[in-house]
Design a protein around this ligand. Structure first.
Ligand code: URP
Ligand code: ZN
Ligand code: ZN
Length: 471
């Protein structure tokens, strides 16, 4: 019997810390040897001329999520993870959303049913707390943390999700007590409502006005408020999908005060602008997400933050809807007002090529930074490191073989997600995943998906070291 199931030969290995040339020996789904030369494996892959990196971890994805009575999400756990692995990812952390008035535990069980037998790569769940009753705060959350859902998201906006300040404080206090990592959607509910009604009363109802209803100052104010609440409770927080300079200034201010405030940004904030929402016949709806894409000055600000450590993670915020469907962006009421266009865009498959192309290929960040931002830091923050997120003996053999020189034009026809469009149609990239290996199995080879539904396993995550007092 061969000593290794698989050997990756002659590749250049990139981790968040190092760049080395060596072979990788894999057995039983794990990396068991790194050596100058590994021979006699049952199967060999020649990675000469390619980079070998930890598989992408996308820690912000929405799959098969309840999105309102008439709206249907375009990806379930099968199509969503298929698209993820085609884009070089080996792990996703999706949201398990509590419906107001329902038990969080029952909601999480429903998400387990949605994912089990369907996911093609490993997955975890962040909880979404929308109804923090005493039962949720004192019984359900602690039990769910024990079960490996060690992070949760709270929203400062959206009718069906918003928590008021008192509720935010109560939930933050539970996070502190239980050492859970809280993710915050920082946009102010009342200010958005006020501006939305004002715009509508002026007849400004097209998708473009979605961007004007949620200016950066609304994100800035909510970011500051979330930070203040976190300081009061003395709990770390992660501000997700940060879109530009103004919220970043609040995050930097918090860090300068020694507060543990972490931050995430996404491809839409380095490559799309509010002008993309201007398309005719609801086409602007393809870009409606929250916070909305900003402008080129914001892209420059985000790059500063990606370079100086303001951001720990670069996620997709994949939240896929159909464009040409009444169950999606063309909801029957979407012509009445932008407020009826479902918020969210698909991006799980294009996250890595966009960051590589705009970041590494253009000399803005190093390949090691790329690995940190797309994989290692996600694993560390969300309690799955070093099983996931690096290349070392004993880790899961989750790898992406990357061609740094391959040029592609992003097009709907080459993608694997469920949506009927991509916001990056026609976007040129340099750098593309050519093989994805998940727990030692080749799951994508030159665009061909080889994984089966159900190959992915639920990841019960550890307590985040970043949620610990001394981190
Ligand atoms: O528009 C967005 N981002 N939709 C997804 C839900 C969220 O807030 O992350
Ligand atoms: Zn959000
Ligand atoms: Zn999201």
């Amino acid at each position: 019997m061969a000593e290794f199931d698989l050997a990756i030969r002659n590749g250049t290995i990139i981790t968040a810390a190092d760049t080395i040339t060596c072979d990788i020996g894999i057995r039983g789904g794990r990396i068991v040897q790194l050596a100058e030369r590994i021979e006699g494996a049952a199967r060999e892959v020649d990675a000469k001329g390619l980079l070998v990196m930890p598989g992408g971890i996308d820690s912000h994805v929405h799959l098969d999520q309840e999105s309102g009575p008439e709206i249907r999400m375009a990806d379930d756990f099968e199509s969503g993870t298929r698209a993820a692995l085609a884009g070089g990812n080996t792990t996703v952390i999706a949201f398990a959303k509590q419906e107001k008035g329902k038990s969080l535990r029952a909601c999480v069980e429903a998400y387990h049913k949605k994912a089990n037998g369907k996911a093609m790569i490993d997955y975890g769940f962040h909880l979404i707390v929308s109804d923090p009753t005493p039962g949720v705060l004192n019984q359900e959350l602690p039990a769910l943390f024990q079960d490996g859902c060690t992070s949760f998201k709270v929203f400062m906006t959206y009718d069906d999700l918003v928590l008021n300040d008192r509720q935010l404080l109560e939930v933050f206090a539970v996070a502190k007590r239980e050492r859970a990592l809280v993710m915050v959607h920082a946009e102010g509910y009342d200010t958005i409502k006020f501006l939305t009604e004002k715009l509508e009363s002026e007849g400004k109802t097209a998708p473009y006005f979605h961007a004007l209803s949620r200016p950066q100052l609304i994100e800035r104010e909510a970011t500051h408020r979330a930070i203040s609440h976190a300081e009061l409770i003395d709990v770390p927080i992660m501000i997700v999908h940060v879109s530009g300079r103004e919220p970043m200034e609040q995050i930097r201010w918090a860090k300068s005060r020694g507060l543990r405030v972490y931050a995430e940004t996404c491809p839409q904030y380095i490559s799309l602008t509010a002008d993309d929402l201007k398309g005719e016949d609801l086409a602007g709806g393809k870009y409606v997400c929250s916070p909305p894409p900003r402008d080129r000055d914001s892209w420059a600000a985000i790059w500063e933050g990606l370079k100086d450590g303001t951001f720990q993670v670069f996620s997709s915020d994949h939240c896929p809807f159909y464009f040409d469907s009444e169950a999606g962006k063309k909801h029957p009421k979407a012509r009445q007002s932008f407020r009826y266009v479902p918020n969210g865009i698909p991006g799980i498959e294009t996250r890595l090529p966009i960051l590589w192309s705009e970041g590494v290929a253009k000399g803005r960040i190093s390949a090691n930074d790329f690995v940190a931002l797309t994989s290692t830091n996600h694993a560390k923050l969300y309690g799955i490191y070093p099983k996931k997120g690096t290349i070392a003996v004993g880790c899961d053999a989750d790898l992406v073989l990357w061609d740094p020189n391959r040029k592609e034009i992003i097009r709907q026809e080459i993608l694997h997600h469920g949506s009927d469009y991509t916001p990056w149609e026609g976007f040129a990239v340099t750098g593309w995943p050519v093989m994805t290996i998940a727990r030692g199995k080749i799951v994508m080879d030159d665009g061909q998906v080889l994984a089966k539904a159900g190959d992915g396993q639920f990841l019960a995550r550890d307590i985040s070291p970043y949620a610990e007092k001394a981190a």
